[in-house]
Each structure stands twice: as C-alpha cells, then as structure tokens.
Design a protein around this ligand. Structure first.
Ligand code: C2E
Ligand code: CA
Ligand code: CA
Length: 396
C-alpha cells in the first residue's frame, strides 16, 4: 500500500543534502523546489497536482540537491524507492544510459547555477572503463548507440552485403535455391556477425529498413539469375525476425521488391525463427496470406531453444529447417540419428519439406539422403557466396 503524507504550508518535505528515501506524487497543493545561489535562495520550480518530485535523488541514490517546501497545504503519495529501482532495472539499457546522462547534466547545471560559474568548469561525463559501473549502469549501452548510428549510415551508404548460401536438393543433385545472409563490414571493426547487428537492429525499428534492403537485394539477384537465361528458377529464402513480422507488412514489402525487379514473387521464400516473443497469431495470418499468393514459409532452426510442437501443428509451414546441432551430432550417437529420423518422418507427415542445416561432411549428406531428407545446406555444399560467385557456379 502506498503511504499518504500531509504537510502544512511552509513545512519542508526534504532539505538539500538529505538522503534519498522516497519520491512523491502530489495529490493536491503546491511544492516549491529551491536552492541557494551564492548564499541567496533561488526558486527552481513550483510543482502542483499530479507532478512527481524527489525522484532524481532516488534514481541515482544521491543526496537531495534542493529543498522541497510546501507552498500550500499539500497531500502527497509516497513512491517507494524499490518501485522506482525495479522499473529502472527492467528498462532498456539504452534508456538507462540516457537517463543517467540527463541526470548527470542536470546535476552539473545545478552545481554551476549555485556557484554562478560558467560551463567551462563542468565535469566531463565519466567515460566507462568497464561495461557496468559501480551504480550498475551499463556503459556498453553507449557503445550500442554508437554502433546503431553507424548501422544506420551503413544502410544509407549501401555498405551491407547480402550473401547467398546454396540449398541442395539431395535426390535431384542440384542447387534448388539459396538462403540470403546479410553481412556488415564495419570500416574500423571489420566484419560484424549478423548475430550481433541483427539483434541490435531488432532492438530498434532499424530492423525494418534492414529487411527491406535485404529483400531488394534478393529480388535483384533473382532478376539477374533469370536474365542470364537460367530456366530452373531457383528460390531465395529471406530471414525475417519477430519484429519484422510484427511491425512490417512483409507481404507488401515482398511485392514491392518483386515488382521493382520484375520477378515472380514466388521465387522468394520466408524463414521465420521461433522465439519467446513471436506473435504466433500474427505469423499464422502471415502464413495464410503468403499461401494465398504462392509464397512459401519455412520454420528456421527447428529443434533449438523455443521450438514448440504445438506451434508446428497449428502453423502450416511449407518447410522445416533442422538446426545444425542435430546434423553435427547425427553420426556420433544412435540416439541422435533416431531423433533426426523421427523429425524427418514427422515433417513428411505434415506435408512439409525438410532442409538439414550445417551439413559439413559427405557422410552426413549420404545419411540424410538415405533418410529421404529433401534438402541439405552447409559448408559441404557451399559457404555463403557473393552474387557473382553464384552466377559463376550456376554457369559452370
Ligand atoms: P540462420 O538463419 O540459422 O543462418 C544460418 C547460419 O549458419 C549462417 O550464419 C550460415 O553462414 C551458417 N552456416 C551455414 N552452413 C554452415 C555450416 O556448414 N557450418 C557452420 N558451422 N555454419 C554454417 P550467419 O550468416 O552468421 O547468420 C547468422 C544468423 O543471422 C542467421 O542464422 C539468421 O538468424 C541471422 N540473419 C542473417 N541474415 C539475416 C537477415 O537478412 N535478416 C534477419 N532477420 N536475420 C538474418
Ligand atoms: Ca535462416
Ligand atoms: Ca537456421
């Protein structure tokens, strides 16, 4: 239960230098916030009904930096320290870093105001040596903002690269399609893994333009393959993250890219990875809409973290991609092989195709062929390649 406090006009709620106990919400009345400038009282603000006060000292556990005095009779609701710190610790690390920066600037400004000095004497923002400092603030959040800014530039300057990894149809012994995998070569840091920057883009809406960028490259690649007189019409699968599925109209984006490059949109496939935050209802709708227009949808990384048979039964995926982990262990233990066998059977019963990922040896490929697995993908067949390399291999 939150505590109600009444104070009379003229009384102090707290004084400069007091320890930070709680913050307060003003239910009625007015509170003056003031400090001393060169020994003279200086009114900073007057707060009224619905305003929050005293939260800053609570946020960074510092002594009060001003006096709070009731201008009229005031009714307050006490906001417990734990209530605030819980919200802060649950907040996005970038939001925490921003808050910390703002508080720091505010305290600096206040100190200058009090002493009447200029900004030149301001203390510099403490640069983080370690990731998490003594207050538990994550300085790497600032590094993230930096990286995010550069990713935005990379996107506008076309510095992201899309590679294509072949997907092999085992019984027909040919390359049936590709998976598009995005790459970022950072001017200073060198190549950055999509594992890192896709996760970063996913934290912000940057994932949406990254997705459109990849789709544009993919549709362009299909156009170039088709213009070369290639009649086998390979597909290219595009990875879609949860946020892209939730926030972007994927189908509209696919159609736009396909129209721009004059290709058949059915040559684009969509790969979806399960995650705790995936909106399954949304994915279900998307699959239905994709099917209505002939676009196939694959369930990626099946067998890892969040895979759930319940979803597999409800969502009509055309393809299931068996995670690399299974293929890697498949020939090491009879039990692993039994699991792969059972998954292949199950996927067939669902009338979906199976792609085994991470195929690195001839023995794995042979075993998958014997089990009637339809597709294989992995370094044995080919690493992710540039479009030029793809064109060369298709000609050869
Ligand atoms: P994923 O979709 O599971 O992609 C397969 C990853 O396995 C790729 O890593 C690929 O290079 C790697 N791989 C392929 N064959 C082998 C093999 O035989 N052995 C081994 N050890 N690895 C193999 P990559 O390119 O680093 O991509 C990592 C993840 O980043 C992808 O996992 C995907 O989740 C995400 N990603 C990549 N491009 C995009 C994109 O355009 N959009 C979105 N949303 N996510 C992307
Ligand atoms: Ca994938
Ligand atoms: Ca995968």
């Amino acid at each position: 239960m939150s505590r109600r406090i009444d104070i009379k006009a003229g009384e102090y709620l707290f004084r400069e230098g007091d320890p930070p106990t709680s913050a307060y919400l003003i239910e009625s009345g007015q509170v003056e916030i003031s400090t001393l400038q060169n020994g003279q009282p200086l009114l900073l603000s007057v707060l009224g009904e619905g305003d929050l006060l005293g939260e800053m000292a609570v946020i960074d556990q510092s002594p009060r930096t001003a006096d709070a005095r009731a201008r009229t009779d005031v009714a307050l609701i006490e906001v417990d320290q734990a209530q605030i710190s819980e919200r802060i610790s649950n907040a996005d690390p970038i939001v925490r870093a921003l808050l910390r920066g703002q508080l720091f600037r505010y305290r600096n400004a206040l100190a200058q105001l009090r002493s009447g000095t200029s900004s030149e004497s301001a203390v510099a923002f403490p640069a983080g040596q370690s990731h998490v400092d003594a207050d538990g603030y994550d300085n790497s959040a600032v590094a993230k903002i930096w990286l995010e800014t550069q990713l935005r530039d990379a996107l506008t300057n076309g510095e992201l690269d899309v590679r294509f990894q072949p997907i092999y149809e085992i019984s027909k012994r040919h390359i049936a399609g590709y998976e598009a995998l995005v790459r970022w070569t950072h001017p200073q840091r060198g190549p950055i893994s999509p594992m890192e920057f896709i996760a970063l883009a996913e934290e912000t809406s940057l994932i949406l333009p990254v997705g459109e960028y990849v789709l544009d490259r993919v549709a362009g690649a299909i156009a170039r393959i088709m213009q070369s007189g290639d009649t086998s019409a390979p597909f290219i699968a595009v990875n879609m993250s949860g946020r892209q599925l939730a926030e972007a109209d994927m189908l509209a984006a696919i159609n736009q890219a396909a129209d721009k490059h004059g290709i058949d949109r059915r040559q684009i496939k969509v790969e979806v990875t399960e995650s705790l935050t995936l909106d399954y209802e949304r994915v279900g709708e998307l699959i239905e809409r994709c099917h209505a227009t002939g676009i196939k949808v694959a369930l990626d990384d099946f067998g890892t973290g969040y895979s759930n048979l319940g979803h597999l039964h409800k969502l009509k995926f055309n393809t299931v991609k068996l995670d690399q982990g299974f293929v890697r262990q498949m020939l090491d233990a009879p039990r692993s092989l039994a699991i792969v066998k059972a998954i292949i059977e199950m996927v067939r019963a669902l009338e979906a195709d199976l792609v085994a990922e991470g195929v690195e040896t001839e023995a794995q490929l042979a075993a998958l062929g014997e089990l009637n697995c339809r597709y294989a993908q992995g370094y044995l067949i080919g690493k992710p390649q540039s479009l030029d390399e793809v064109m060369e291999r298709r000609r050869g």
